[in-house]
Ligand binder design. Structure first.
Ligand SMILES: C[S@@+](CC[C@H](N)C(=O)[O-])C[C@H]1O[C@@H](n2cnc3c(N)ncnc32)[C@H](O)[C@@H]1O
Length: 432
């Protein structure tokens, strides 16, 4: 594929996220189907780079482009962001960055703007704008204003380190399916293919970390269900839930099934594992994962906030509520999230989470365990949510998951980068 067409696709992906509110996953699914592995990796690197540095790139663009482009020409602004990103942050030669970005105008059917693109990029070089970055810490953070403000409020002490971690590329975590292969045999198979990895990770005994990107389907044992891709923080859930033989388990927000599968890998002798999700399409992905990993669960499409529409009245020994959330803990992995979420989403999510907790609590047996999880790092969705629940439910008691987990400061907040993990929150509740 030509370099100019790749840049045009990069601009299209940015346009779909930033102007149309589509997730990068959606827009890449369409665009990347036409690319080979090398082009896919290049496209991802460039688009992720722009999304991580957007405020700084826009700060420069405002100096170069005196009038914003409108309607059909708007996509050229996104092409320019990509071009500026290459000049400022990548090792592509300046000649190639300028020539190929200008060339992409044809592919975007905006030939008339070639001169403008050429002039903007050449001015960027001539004025040495790369040496003149904004001094505003928010712009340097790469975060939208609303999120920067919330992070600053929540983490006044360690904000700089947190922001660095949120903009750092994560490693690839795998979870070995101990029902199909031992960790040692899987590691031997990786070594035979000269793949570098780390293992023996505290609290995540089935985890393997890869230091380089791979097409996972080419790793040993993929089709035999030897492993899944799952961040280390997400791998803590099944251990914290600690399902026992003959128990009835509800995974209330299960799709795409990463944690459902892990629960079954750790405890194959359950009476029942019910994987519920509101989204029928996402539930298909649970079915696919179960099939590849050779595991079994009951799948049900339903609203966890309305158990009266699907519950058979038999209570559960354990419930995992991996609640819909802001996903602010996984921004390093999905840099589009910061631009897709809005400040007002947070209050809405907090209400949804509270409603889910409220609706699911009566489904738990006396003595049963509910594990509340989010991949958020915002207090409102985590500690404050659980504090309120404990205050309002006399029959709920905190079961600490680590020494600093107390009724006054309930749960465990993992921040992005802690032990190389994503940001995650866990709180374990017991019904008295
Ligand atoms: C964080 S994801 C779950 C990830 C999953 N536990 C895993 O480990 O693969 C949240 C899920 O909640 C589902 N969801 C959102 N609202 C729901 C509701 N009211 N009832 C059931 N599922 C819901 C979403 O469709 C989404 O699949």
């Amino acid at each position: 594929m030509s370099a100019a067409k790749l840049r045009a696709d990069g601009a299209t992906a940015l346009f779909s996220v930033l102007e149309q509110g589509q997730s990068l996953r959606q827009s890449f699914a369409y665009l990347q189907a036409q690319h080979n592995e090398k082009d896919k990796a290049w496209l991802q690197e460039m688009v992720y780079g722009v999304l991580r540095n957007l405020p700084q790139l826009q700060y420069w663009l405002r100096q170069l482009l005196h009038k914003p482009l409108k309607s059909k020409q708007k996509i050229v602004e996104h092409l320019l962001l990509l071009g500026i990103y290459q000049l400022a942050f990548s090792r592509v030669s300046t000649h190639a960055a300028v020539a190929e970005t200008v060339g992409a105008c044809d592919k975007l059917k905006c030939n008339g703007l070639k001169g403008l693109v050429n002039a903007c990029l050449r001015n960027f070089i001539r004025q040495d704008l790369n040496a003149h970055r904004s001094e505003d810490p928010r712009i340097a953070s790469g975060m939208p204003k609303w999120l920067y403000r919330r992070l600053k409020d929540n983490y006044p002490q360690n904000l700089p380190a947190l922001l660095v971690a949120m903009n750092t590329r994560p490693p690839i975590w795998l979870r070995v399916n101990q029902q199909q292969v031992s960790l040692d045999d899987f590691c031997d198979a990786l070594s035979e293919q000269h793949i570098q990895f780390d293992t023996n990770i505290a609290d995540a005994p089935q985890a393997v970390i890869l230091r380089k990107g791979y097409d996972l389907t080419t790793l040993p044992g993929y089709s035999q269900g030897w492993f899944s891709a799952q961040d280390g923080a997400a791998q803590l859930a099944a251990g914290l839930l600690s399902a026992q033989p003959k128990e009835r388990i509800l995974d209330a927000c299960a799709a795409p099934g990463g944690k459902t599968c892990h629960i079954l890998e750790l405890q194959p002798e359950l009476d029942e594992c019910l994987a519920l999700d509101l989204d029928a399409e996402r539930l298909h992905r649970v079915a696919e994962n179960l099939e590849r990993l050779k595991l079994n669960a009951e799948l049900l499409q339903g609203d966890a906030a309305e158990p009266e529409t699907w519950w058979d009245g038999r209570s559960f020994d354990r419930i995992l509520l991996d609640a819909p959330c802001s996903a602010t803990g996984v921004i390093r992995r999905h840099p589009d999230i910061r631009w897709l979420r809005k400040d007002s989403d947070i209050e809405q999510l907090v209400q949804t989470q509270a409603q889910l907790l409220e609706s699911l609590w009566p489904l738990l047996k006396a003595g049963g365990t509910l594990l509340y999880a989010t991949c958020s790092i915002l207090e409102q969705e985590n500690r404050m949510q659980i504090l309120r629940f404990l205050r309002d439910h006399q029959d709920a008691k905190l079961s600490p998951v680590h020494p600093q987990d107390t009724p006054e400061q309930p749960g465990m907040q993992i921040l992005p980068g802690d032990r190389e993990m994503d940001g995650f929150y866990y709180a374990r509740l017991i019904k008295c």
